[in-house]
Design a protein around this ligand. Structure first.
Ligand SMILES: Cc1cc2nc3c(=O)[nH]c(=O)nc-3n(C[C@H](O)[C@H](O)[C@H](O)COP(=O)(O)OP(=O)(O)OC[C@H]3O[C@@H](n4cnc5c(N)ncnc54)[C@H](O)[C@@H]3O)c2cc1C
Length: 443
């Protein structure tokens, strides 16, 4: 049997390794092909974790599901079948030692994502997977229902699913010779990724393949992505990184996110770990407006209550009575914030502190505790760590990753309507679904 995997990313490489390593493959002489349109495997993997690859998270498996934004239940079989411990064992056994860092994030000991790719390549070679680089899959051919020997129908979700008989072939395009060709496939695993960071090869082809096979595609959106904001004063703060701040997001007055950590001001708005997580909660809100009703609130001094902060400021004012406001507050903030804070608090920066009224001081305290920004939307796919949406999970079997519509067609990784928060959870989704698709296809 010929098992073809489209996409040499995390999910595709793992699927090919699992398919080729399955006992059934050894017994029945399955041939496994891994097709990648780039000149090398794992281009996106290479840039993960800022080049260090946060390969998974060493948390309890139950905590893993807490970090999945939607359809966590769909992942139960995949994750319990090949969990974070299994992933760690896999890489350690494949010659890539790992280490666990803050937040249970797992990285290669070498801090080089290339070592994760090399480990996978070694396994692909050891198991005799045929890797075809520079080869783009242009189209899938399915056997339509009327010609299909085993055509039938099944129910899944609300939609009545019509099952096609299966996959017959795929159309290929060799990017070096510019030649087109065709390849037979008894089983086909689509692991083409999402739409983010298009230069890594994520051009959303899998959504088209799936749609052409009759699958529903949940509309895609960039996720784990910076926010664009309305306020112009942000430009002055470009490059400023704030550690230990508290960030919350309100949508139509309802809090949808609140956490503590690090953020960054950019030329268009805000980014950094807290903001990326906040954005995933934002894009998962059905009523997300993007028209000025979403607010980002930043507490610059979360360790102090309003009263404690007021006392601290009063002390500063008492010690520096005759100094100008702008010269007193520079002990409270990083330099870039100093000219911005008086403007936001509507206090004359040149005023002597002994002339500042109680009302002004209280307004200043409120500004520090609640710096407000208007979210106008999220930035584009090219800045997004992950793509929200994709192949509807209701039309894919969670116990095998096989399509409920087309026999012999499987999906794995980001092409599915699955996304998670940062911390190694998205790669865990790719490893687990890739592994399950691989062993299922080999049966
Ligand atoms: C900057 C950045 C940093 C990240 N860091 C982390 C991290 O540290 N930890 C973490 O858990 N997650 C991280 N992620 C997310 C993680 O990279 C993805 O979840 C993961 O790569 C998805 O794997 P995949 O195999 O589904 O897709 P991909 O890795 O995108 O692989 C898909 C492959 O399919 C190929 N392909 C597409 N179409 C075709 C076609 N028609 N024919 C042939 N080949 C095709 C592509 O070229 C690509 O190589 C990061 C993402 C980004 C953008």
């Amino acid at each position: 049997m010929d098992i073809v995997v489209i996409g040499g990313g995390a999910a595709g490489m793992m699927a090919a390794v699992a398919a080729a390593g399955a006992e059934s493959s050894a017994a029945s002489g399955n041939q496994v092909f891994l097709i990648e349109k780039n000149e090398k495997l794992g281009k996106k993997l290479f840039i993960t974790g800022k080049g260090r690859c946060n390969v998974t998270n060493a948390c309890e498996v139950e905590d893993f599901f807490q970090n999945v934004m939607e359809h966590a239940k769909f992942l139960y079989s995949a994750v319990y079948g090949f969990d974070n411990r299994a992933v760690m064992d896999f890489f350690e056994n494949a010659g890539c030692p790992l280490k666990v860092e803050r937040g249970q994030r797992v990285f290669p000991k070498s801090d080089h994502s290339s070592d994760i790719i090399r480990a996978l390549e070694r396994e692909l070679g050891r198991l005799g997977v045929h890797v075809l680089l520079n080869t783009e899959v242009r189209r899938l051919r399915t056997i339509p229902v009327e010609n299909g020997a085993e055509a039938g129908s099944s129910k899944g979700g609300k939609k009545k699913l019509t099952c096609r008989a299966g996959i017959s072939a795929i159309e290929l395009y060799d990017r070096r010779t510019r030649r087109k060709s065709e390849m037979n496939a008894d089983r086909l695993i689509v692991a083409t990724g999402g739409c983010s960071y298009v230069l890594t090869g994520s051009t959303g082809d899998g959504y088209r393949f799936a749609a052409e096979c009759g699958h529903s595609i949940i509309p895609t959106m960039p996720a784990l992505v910076p926010f664009a904001v309305k306020e112009d004063w942000c430009h002055a703060l470009q490059g400023l990184s704030l550690k230990n701040v508290q960030v919350s997001v309100e949508l139509d007055g309802r809090q949808i996110y609140n956490d503590f950590g690090e953020m960054l001001f950019t030329h268009y708005g805000v980014s950094g770990p807290l903001i990326l997580s906040a954005s995933s909660h934002y894009v998962h809100q059905p009523g997300r407006a993007g028209n000025g009703t979403a607010r980002l609130l930043i507490d610059l001094k979360p360790a102090l209550t309003q009263e404690q902060l007021d006392k601290r400021i009063l002390r500063e004012f008492d010690e520096n009575k005759n100094k100008q406001f702008k010269n007193v507050i520079n002990s409270l903030f990083p330099a870039k914030l100093v000219p911005v804070m008086p403007v936001l608090a509507k206090i004359d920066a040149g005023k002597r502190v002994n002339e500042i009224t109680r009302e002004e001081r209280e307004r200043f305290v409120r500004t520090i505790k609640c710096m407000e920004l208007t979210i106008t939307g999220v930035r584009d796919y090219d800045e997004a760590v992950i793509t929200k949406g994709g192949v509807a999970t209701s039309e894919v079997s969670s116990s095998t990753m096989e399509s409920r519509l087309v026999r012999g067609l499987y999906f794995a990784g980001e092409v599915l309507d699955l996304d998670a928060l940062t911390g190694g959870f998205n790669l865990q989704i790719a490893w687990s679904t890739g592994y399950l698709a691989g062993i299922s296809a080999a049966c």
